[in-house]
Design a protein around this ligand. Structure first.
Ligand code: NAI
Ligand code: MG
Length: 364
């Protein structure tokens, strides 16, 4: 059997800087754990625009559809702000998500004990927190028709439509149940079935899909209450599944419970390919951070944790993912900090490469 394949798209700004450290980690797993990957690297975003006049070349798109998983850094930057909308760096990212049909977006909110002081909440509320929000990514109010700004009498009206088919709800729900099976078998579905018909259908379909997963304890919550509960007592949750709009907001809210943007990974999953693996793209939540790009200051952990998610969700190596996460947890506990993780007490910040060094040493 051939090795699992990875397409690496470092992108712009700090993307290539953090990805360099992930490549070291990938090489480590190949050498020390006998887990070789077939890795290819290509351009996306502004870097692709500079080379080809498009934020994602057709050849790159074709490659993304062939590999087992895509690992992306970040796209964008001030240099590209005035480009036409059709060739903006973000369009490269959107095209990948759309053509790979990545309908399920996994956003963990995980609190490393050593960083619990970074949370805006009390330490005991977030210490040990480990939840996962599954956001439906390709439908809902961001895509529903009709949409637009229309004349109506003597004023204008702005319209967006929340629209979900049963099939769209079902596949998002299934991916959340599958995930719950790999975790603590607890799933909370969030919508507003009290005021939205799409929410009524959402609740109905999720409940029906749940019959295929009798081991998973399913609960439902109105999304506004969900927001309150996330801030009040986040540890009551394990996996949360919700629609595109609520998921956008709730996942950002949950993520910030745990501190720095430089720590947050994500995964986007699509339908199964011929080999049974779901199409997948893994990327840090942060952007290209032009304010620190090129200075060796970026925190590579979000991108490394994204690779850990790839190990767990694309390659069924949950044990190896945990190995990487434990190494990261250990160096943080030992006090390793990039500049974004420096508290008011100060200290010496590690560079991006130095953080890579200590994590590789901890892996050894
Ligand atoms: P950003 O996430 O790039 O930066 C926000 C702040 O967090 C900055 O102060 C930055 O220095 C800091 N930061 C982010 N990642 C960090 C890391 N790994 N280590 C240390 N500090 C880190 O968001 P911003 O500034 O709104 O956007 C900058 C550019 O990135 C824009 O062109 C935007 O369109 C693009 N962007 C791209 C995303 C993607 O590729 N998925 C997501 C968000 C923004
Ligand atoms: Mg958002």
């Amino acid at each position: 059997m051939s090795n699992p394949s990875l397409l690496i798209l470092p992108g712009d700004g700090i993307g290539p800087e953090v990805m360099d450290q992930v490549v070291r980690v990938i090489d480590w797993f190949g050498a020390k754990r006998d887990m070789p990957f077939d890795v290819s690297t290509d351009l996306v975003g502004g870097a692709a625009y500079d080379a080809h006049g498009t934020p994602l070349h057709d050849d790159t798109m074709a490659k993304a559809l062939q590999v087992d998983a895509v690992l992306l850094g970040a796209v964008g930057g001030p240099k590209y702000d005035d480009l036409d909308f059709s060739v903006k760096p973000e369009r490269g990212l959107l095209r990948l998500r759309k053509e790979m049909d990545l309908f399920s977006n996994l956003r963990p909110a995980q609190c490393f004990d050593a960083l619990a002081d970074f949370s805006s909440l009390k330490k005991d509320i977030v210490a040990g927190l480990d939840i996962m929000i599954v956001r439906e990514l390709t439908s809902g109010v961001y895509f529903g028709e009709p949409r637009g700004i229309f004349e109506e009498g003597n004023e204008r009206v702005g319209i967006n439509t929340q629209r979900y088919t049963e099939g769209e709800i079902e596949r998002a729900a299934r991916s959340a149940f599958d995930l719950a099976m790999k975790r603590s078998k607890k799933l909370c579905s969030m919508e507003k079935a009290n005021v939205m018909e799409s929410g009524i259908l959402w609740r109905e379909v999720v409940t029906r899909v749940g019959q295929d997963y009798p081991e998973v304890e399913l609960s439902h919550m109105y999304a506004d209450n969900g927001a309150m509960q996330l801030v009040r007592a986040p540890k009551q949750f394990d996996v949360i599944v919700t629609d595109n709009l609520f998921g956008d907001i709730l996942s950002d809210c949950a993520a910030m419970l745990t501190g720095s943007l430089g720590m947050l990974p994500s995964a986007s999953l699509g339908a199964p390919m011929e080999n049974g693996r779901a199409r997948a793209m893994y990327e840090p939540v942060h952007g290209s951070a032009p304010d620190i790009a090129g200075q060796g200051k970026a925190n590579p952990i979000a991108c490394m944790l994204s690779f850990a998610m790839a190990l767990r969700y694309s390659f069924d190596h949950g044990d190896e993912a945990t190995r990487l996460e434990n190494a990261i947890e250990k160096v943080l506990a030992d006090g390793a900090r990039t500049a974004d993780l420096m508290g008011p007490e100060g200290g010496t910040a590690l560079s991006t490469t130095e953080m890579g060094d200590v994590i590789l040493a901890a892996l050894d």
